[in-house]
Design a protein around this ligand. Sequence first.
Ligand SMILES: Cc1ncc(C[n+]2csc(CCOP(=O)(O)OP(=O)(O)O)c2C)c(N)n1
Ligand code: SF4
Ligand SMILES: [Mg+2]
Length: 294
Amino acid sequence: MNESHKPEQKDTLTFKDFKTDYIPVWCKGCGDFGVLASLTKACANLGLRTENTSIISGIGCSSRLPAYTKTYGFHTIHGRALPVATGLRVARPDLAIFVVSGDGDGLSIGGNHFLHACRRNVDLTMIVMDNEVYGMTKGQASPTTPCDWEKSKLTPQGTHIDPINSIALALSAGATFVARSFSNNPKQLQEIIEQAHNHKGFAFIQVLSPCVTFVPEQKNWKNIVEDSTKPMASNRYQALSMLGDLGNFETGIFLKENKHEFFEKNAKHTNPLLDQSNNNDQAIINNFLTEFEV
Ligand SMILES: Cc1ncc(C[n+]2csc(CCOP(=O)(O)OP(=O)(O)O)c2C)c(N)n1
Ligand code: SF4
Ligand SMILES: [Mg+2]
Protein backbone atom coordinates (compact mmCIF):
# COMPACT_ATOMS: atom_id res chain seq x y z
CA MET A 1 0.00 0.00 0.00
CA ASN A 2 1.31 3.41 -1.02
CA GLU A 3 2.20 5.67 1.98
CA SER A 4 -0.39 8.21 0.91
CA HIS A 5 -3.18 5.61 0.90
CA LYS A 6 -2.78 4.45 4.49
CA PRO A 7 -6.08 4.92 6.32
CA GLU A 8 -6.20 8.23 8.15
CA GLN A 9 -6.23 7.73 11.90
CA LYS A 10 -8.22 10.86 12.69
CA ASP A 11 -11.99 10.67 13.20
CA THR A 12 -12.74 13.86 11.33
CA LEU A 13 -10.88 14.76 8.18
CA THR A 14 -10.35 18.22 6.76
CA PHE A 15 -9.79 19.06 3.10
CA LYS A 16 -6.04 19.09 3.81
CA ASP A 17 -6.23 15.41 4.70
CA PHE A 18 -7.50 14.77 1.18
CA LYS A 19 -4.57 16.58 -0.48
CA THR A 20 -1.12 15.16 -1.16
CA ASP A 21 2.07 17.13 -0.69
CA TYR A 22 2.75 17.04 -4.43
CA ILE A 23 2.67 20.47 -5.99
CA PRO A 24 0.40 20.39 -9.06
CA VAL A 25 2.20 20.90 -12.36
CA TRP A 26 -0.70 23.03 -13.61
CA CYS A 27 0.13 26.51 -14.94
CA LYS A 28 -0.32 29.38 -12.50
CA GLY A 29 -3.97 30.50 -12.74
CA CYS A 30 -5.27 27.26 -14.29
CA GLY A 31 -8.91 26.67 -13.32
CA ASP A 32 -8.16 23.09 -12.28
CA PHE A 33 -6.70 24.35 -8.97
CA GLY A 34 -10.16 25.60 -8.00
CA VAL A 35 -11.73 22.23 -8.84
CA LEU A 36 -9.16 20.38 -6.71
CA ALA A 37 -9.89 22.72 -3.79
CA SER A 38 -13.67 22.37 -4.07
CA LEU A 39 -13.56 18.60 -4.50
CA THR A 40 -11.33 18.03 -1.46
CA LYS A 41 -13.50 20.38 0.62
CA ALA A 42 -16.63 18.54 -0.52
CA CYS A 43 -15.06 15.18 0.44
CA ALA A 44 -14.26 16.48 3.92
CA ASN A 45 -17.67 18.10 4.38
CA LEU A 46 -19.44 14.92 3.26
CA GLY A 47 -17.57 13.05 5.99
CA LEU A 48 -15.87 10.75 3.47
CA ARG A 49 -12.73 8.79 4.35
CA THR A 50 -9.67 8.83 2.09
CA GLU A 51 -9.50 5.03 2.19
CA ASN A 52 -13.13 4.71 1.04
CA THR A 53 -13.00 7.24 -1.75
CA SER A 54 -11.75 6.78 -5.28
CA ILE A 55 -11.09 9.38 -7.97
CA ILE A 56 -10.82 8.06 -11.52
CA SER A 57 -9.52 10.06 -14.48
CA GLY A 58 -8.43 9.74 -18.09
CA ILE A 59 -5.62 11.77 -19.66
CA GLY A 60 -5.20 15.54 -19.86
CA CYS A 61 -4.11 18.39 -17.58
CA SER A 62 -7.45 18.06 -15.75
CA SER A 63 -7.08 14.29 -15.50
CA ARG A 64 -3.94 14.71 -13.38
CA LEU A 65 -6.16 15.65 -10.46
CA PRO A 66 -6.19 12.23 -8.70
CA ALA A 67 -2.42 12.50 -8.23
CA TYR A 68 -2.98 15.51 -5.99
CA THR A 69 -5.40 13.74 -3.66
CA LYS A 70 -4.82 11.17 -0.95
CA THR A 71 -7.79 9.05 -1.95
CA TYR A 72 -7.42 5.93 -4.03
CA GLY A 73 -7.41 6.74 -7.70
CA PHE A 74 -6.74 5.51 -11.17
CA HIS A 75 -5.19 7.70 -13.86
CA THR A 76 -6.45 5.53 -16.71
CA ILE A 77 -5.98 6.00 -20.44
CA HIS A 78 -7.42 8.73 -22.63
CA GLY A 79 -11.22 8.68 -22.66
CA ARG A 80 -11.60 5.57 -20.56
CA ALA A 81 -12.26 6.87 -17.07
CA LEU A 82 -15.97 5.98 -17.21
CA PRO A 83 -15.63 2.27 -18.08
CA VAL A 84 -13.07 1.87 -15.31
CA ALA A 85 -15.27 3.74 -12.85
CA THR A 86 -18.31 1.69 -13.90
CA GLY A 87 -16.36 -1.51 -13.23
CA LEU A 88 -15.29 -0.19 -9.87
CA ARG A 89 -18.89 0.69 -9.04
CA VAL A 90 -19.91 -2.93 -9.79
CA ALA A 91 -17.15 -4.36 -7.62
CA ARG A 92 -17.36 -1.84 -4.79
CA PRO A 93 -20.87 -0.50 -4.25
CA ASP A 94 -19.65 0.83 -0.90
CA LEU A 95 -17.12 3.37 -2.26
CA ALA A 96 -17.50 7.06 -2.98
CA ILE A 97 -16.41 7.38 -6.61
CA PHE A 98 -15.67 10.58 -8.52
CA VAL A 99 -14.73 10.69 -12.19
CA VAL A 100 -12.66 13.71 -13.25
CA SER A 101 -12.15 14.48 -16.89
CA GLY A 102 -11.65 17.20 -19.51
CA ASP A 103 -13.73 18.29 -22.47
CA GLY A 104 -11.42 16.30 -24.74
CA ASP A 105 -11.11 13.25 -22.52
CA GLY A 106 -14.77 13.09 -21.54
CA LEU A 107 -16.58 14.33 -24.64
CA SER A 108 -14.29 13.56 -27.56
CA ILE A 109 -12.43 10.25 -27.27
CA GLY A 110 -14.58 9.33 -24.26
CA GLY A 111 -17.85 10.59 -25.76
CA ASN A 112 -19.29 7.16 -26.42
CA HIS A 113 -18.72 6.07 -22.83
CA PHE A 114 -20.26 9.31 -21.67
CA LEU A 115 -23.50 8.67 -23.57
CA HIS A 116 -23.88 5.19 -22.15
CA ALA A 117 -22.97 6.07 -18.58
CA CYS A 118 -25.71 8.73 -18.74
CA ARG A 119 -28.15 6.30 -20.36
CA ARG A 120 -27.47 3.58 -17.81
CA ASN A 121 -27.72 6.08 -14.97
CA VAL A 122 -24.69 4.52 -13.28
CA ASP A 123 -24.25 5.81 -9.73
CA LEU A 124 -21.20 8.01 -10.33
CA THR A 125 -20.33 11.69 -10.08
CA MET A 126 -18.53 12.98 -13.17
CA ILE A 127 -16.80 16.35 -13.20
CA VAL A 128 -15.73 17.63 -16.62
CA MET A 129 -13.25 20.51 -16.41
CA ASP A 130 -14.24 22.32 -19.59
CA ASN A 131 -11.66 24.75 -20.98
CA GLU A 132 -12.82 24.34 -24.58
CA VAL A 133 -9.39 23.11 -25.65
CA TYR A 134 -6.91 20.24 -25.47
CA GLY A 135 -4.65 21.90 -22.91
CA MET A 136 -2.17 19.11 -22.31
CA THR A 137 -1.28 18.69 -25.99
CA LYS A 138 -0.79 22.44 -26.39
CA GLY A 139 -4.01 23.98 -27.54
CA GLN A 140 -5.85 22.05 -30.24
CA ALA A 141 -9.59 22.49 -30.75
CA SER A 142 -11.79 20.20 -28.67
CA PRO A 143 -15.49 19.30 -29.08
CA THR A 144 -16.47 22.34 -27.00
CA THR A 145 -14.27 24.90 -28.82
CA PRO A 146 -16.29 27.76 -30.30
CA CYS A 147 -16.36 27.37 -34.10
CA ASP A 148 -14.70 30.73 -34.77
CA TRP A 149 -11.71 30.30 -32.40
CA GLU A 150 -8.70 30.89 -34.64
CA LYS A 151 -5.78 30.55 -32.23
CA SER A 152 -4.99 26.88 -32.77
CA LYS A 153 -2.21 26.20 -35.28
CA LEU A 154 -4.21 23.20 -36.54
CA THR A 155 -7.37 25.21 -37.23
CA PRO A 156 -6.10 28.76 -37.93
CA GLN A 157 -9.40 29.77 -39.52
CA GLY A 158 -11.59 28.18 -36.85
CA THR A 159 -13.21 24.78 -36.94
CA HIS A 160 -16.53 25.81 -38.53
CA ILE A 161 -18.08 23.04 -36.44
CA ASP A 162 -20.66 23.82 -33.78
CA PRO A 163 -19.42 22.89 -30.31
CA ILE A 164 -21.09 20.21 -28.22
CA ASN A 165 -23.42 21.54 -25.56
CA SER A 166 -22.51 19.07 -22.81
CA ILE A 167 -25.51 20.02 -20.67
CA ALA A 168 -27.89 19.26 -23.55
CA LEU A 169 -26.02 16.04 -24.29
CA ALA A 170 -26.15 14.83 -20.68
CA LEU A 171 -29.86 15.64 -20.42
CA SER A 172 -30.83 13.95 -23.65
CA ALA A 173 -28.67 10.89 -22.94
CA GLY A 174 -30.37 10.29 -19.59
CA ALA A 175 -28.17 11.66 -16.79
CA THR A 176 -30.37 12.28 -13.77
CA PHE A 177 -28.35 15.09 -12.14
CA VAL A 178 -27.04 17.81 -14.45
CA ALA A 179 -25.27 20.98 -13.35
CA ARG A 180 -22.79 23.63 -14.39
CA SER A 181 -20.37 25.49 -12.16
CA PHE A 182 -17.23 27.61 -12.40
CA SER A 183 -13.77 26.89 -11.01
CA ASN A 184 -13.63 30.45 -9.71
CA ASN A 185 -16.78 29.98 -7.61
CA PRO A 186 -15.47 27.51 -5.00
CA LYS A 187 -18.44 27.61 -2.66
CA GLN A 188 -21.02 26.93 -5.35
CA LEU A 189 -18.85 24.22 -6.89
CA GLN A 190 -18.34 22.50 -3.52
CA GLU A 191 -22.09 22.53 -2.83
CA ILE A 192 -22.90 21.14 -6.26
CA ILE A 193 -20.31 18.35 -5.86
CA GLU A 194 -21.83 17.44 -2.49
CA GLN A 195 -25.36 17.30 -3.94
CA ALA A 196 -24.10 15.30 -6.92
CA HIS A 197 -22.44 12.79 -4.61
CA ASN A 198 -25.63 12.42 -2.56
CA HIS A 199 -27.66 11.86 -5.71
CA LYS A 200 -28.34 8.22 -6.55
CA GLY A 201 -27.59 7.87 -10.26
CA PHE A 202 -25.36 9.48 -12.87
CA ALA A 203 -24.45 13.04 -11.87
CA PHE A 204 -22.78 15.23 -14.46
CA ILE A 205 -21.11 18.55 -13.58
CA GLN A 206 -19.67 20.73 -16.32
CA VAL A 207 -17.13 23.01 -14.67
CA LEU A 208 -16.00 26.04 -16.64
CA SER A 209 -12.30 25.83 -15.87
CA PRO A 210 -10.09 28.28 -17.79
CA CYS A 211 -6.91 27.28 -19.63
CA VAL A 212 -5.04 30.52 -19.03
CA THR A 213 -2.11 29.42 -21.19
CA PHE A 214 -3.70 28.42 -24.49
CA VAL A 215 -6.94 30.40 -24.22
CA PRO A 216 -5.95 33.42 -22.10
CA GLU A 217 -9.17 35.20 -23.09
CA GLN A 218 -10.95 32.77 -20.72
CA LYS A 219 -9.61 34.89 -17.85
CA ASN A 220 -12.60 37.07 -18.69
CA TRP A 221 -15.05 34.29 -17.76
CA LYS A 222 -15.12 35.63 -14.22
CA ASN A 223 -16.89 38.71 -15.56
CA ILE A 224 -19.56 36.86 -17.52
CA VAL A 225 -20.39 33.79 -15.43
CA GLU A 226 -23.68 34.21 -13.56
CA ASP A 227 -25.93 32.17 -11.27
CA SER A 228 -28.91 30.81 -13.15
CA THR A 229 -32.34 31.92 -11.96
CA LYS A 230 -34.10 29.07 -13.77
CA PRO A 231 -35.91 26.60 -11.52
CA MET A 232 -34.35 23.16 -11.15
CA ALA A 233 -36.24 20.57 -13.21
CA SER A 234 -37.32 17.20 -11.84
CA ASN A 235 -37.48 15.38 -15.18
CA ARG A 236 -35.36 15.62 -18.27
CA TYR A 237 -38.11 16.86 -20.62
CA GLN A 238 -38.76 19.80 -18.33
CA ALA A 239 -35.01 20.50 -18.25
CA LEU A 240 -34.64 20.14 -22.00
CA SER A 241 -37.42 22.66 -22.58
CA MET A 242 -35.48 25.44 -20.81
CA LEU A 243 -32.29 24.80 -22.80
CA GLY A 244 -33.09 27.35 -25.50
CA ASP A 245 -33.02 30.10 -22.87
CA LEU A 246 -29.99 28.84 -20.99
CA GLY A 247 -26.86 30.93 -21.55
CA ASN A 248 -23.50 29.16 -21.85
CA PHE A 249 -22.25 30.93 -18.73
CA GLU A 250 -25.26 30.36 -16.48
CA THR A 251 -24.40 28.12 -13.56
CA GLY A 252 -26.53 26.03 -11.24
CA ILE A 253 -28.27 22.67 -10.96
CA PHE A 254 -30.59 22.18 -13.93
CA LEU A 255 -31.92 18.70 -13.25
CA LYS A 256 -32.33 16.37 -10.30
CA GLU A 257 -34.48 13.37 -11.21
CA ASN A 258 -35.43 10.35 -9.11
CA LYS A 259 -34.98 7.21 -11.16
CA HIS A 260 -33.56 3.78 -10.39
CA GLU A 261 -29.83 3.62 -11.02
CA PHE A 262 -28.35 0.87 -13.18
CA PHE A 263 -27.07 -1.58 -10.58
CA GLU A 264 -30.18 -1.36 -8.41
CA LYS A 265 -31.93 -3.51 -11.01
CA ASN A 266 -28.97 -5.27 -12.59
CA ALA A 267 -26.62 -6.31 -9.79
CA LYS A 268 -27.43 -9.08 -7.37
CA HIS A 269 -24.96 -7.97 -4.74
CA THR A 270 -24.90 -5.02 -2.39
CA ASN A 271 -21.67 -5.92 -0.63
CA PRO A 272 -18.18 -5.49 -2.14
CA LEU A 273 -17.29 -8.33 -4.55
CA LEU A 274 -13.83 -8.29 -3.02
CA ASP A 275 -13.52 -8.09 0.74
CA GLN A 276 -9.96 -7.24 1.69
CA SER A 277 -10.46 -8.44 5.25
CA ASN A 278 -11.29 -11.91 3.95
CA ASN A 279 -8.21 -14.18 4.02
CA ASN A 280 -9.43 -16.28 1.10
CA ASP A 281 -9.56 -13.21 -1.08
CA GLN A 282 -6.07 -12.26 0.07
CA ALA A 283 -4.79 -15.72 -0.89
CA ILE A 284 -6.26 -15.28 -4.38
CA ILE A 285 -4.54 -11.91 -4.69
CA ASN A 286 -1.21 -13.35 -3.50
CA ASN A 287 -1.42 -16.18 -6.03
CA PHE A 288 -2.18 -13.67 -8.75
CA LEU A 289 0.75 -11.47 -7.76
CA THR A 290 3.10 -14.46 -7.70
CA GLU A 291 1.85 -15.73 -11.05
CA PHE A 292 2.34 -12.42 -12.76
CA GLU A 293 5.40 -11.38 -10.69
CA VAL A 294 3.92 -7.96 -9.94
C1 LIG B 1 -5.31 7.47 -27.31
C2 LIG B 1 -4.74 8.84 -27.13
N1 LIG B 1 -4.96 9.78 -28.06
C3 LIG B 1 -4.46 11.02 -27.90
C4 LIG B 1 -3.71 11.31 -26.79
C5 LIG B 1 -3.12 12.68 -26.65
N2 LIG B 1 -3.82 13.50 -25.70
C6 LIG B 1 -3.43 13.56 -24.40
S1 LIG B 1 -4.34 14.60 -23.48
C7 LIG B 1 -5.28 15.00 -24.83
C8 LIG B 1 -6.39 16.02 -24.77
C9 LIG B 1 -6.76 16.42 -23.39
O1 LIG B 1 -7.76 17.40 -23.45
P1 LIG B 1 -8.77 17.58 -22.27
O2 LIG B 1 -9.39 16.32 -21.91
O3 LIG B 1 -9.70 18.68 -22.66
O4 LIG B 1 -7.86 17.97 -21.04
P2 LIG B 1 -7.10 19.34 -20.67
O5 LIG B 1 -5.66 19.05 -20.95
O6 LIG B 1 -7.64 20.42 -21.53
O7 LIG B 1 -7.40 19.53 -19.24
C10 LIG B 1 -4.89 14.32 -25.97
C11 LIG B 1 -5.51 14.45 -27.31
C12 LIG B 1 -3.51 10.31 -25.83
N3 LIG B 1 -2.82 10.53 -24.70
N4 LIG B 1 -4.03 9.08 -26.02
S1 SF4 C 1 -2.07 24.14 -20.26
FE1 SF4 C 1 -4.04 25.05 -19.71
S2 SF4 C 1 -5.25 23.37 -18.83
FE2 SF4 C 1 -3.09 22.73 -18.83
S3 SF4 C 1 -2.31 23.30 -16.79
FE3 SF4 C 1 -1.86 25.01 -18.19
S4 SF4 C 1 -3.62 26.39 -17.94
FE4 SF4 C 1 -4.25 24.41 -17.12
MG1 LIG D 1 -9.68 20.64 -22.12
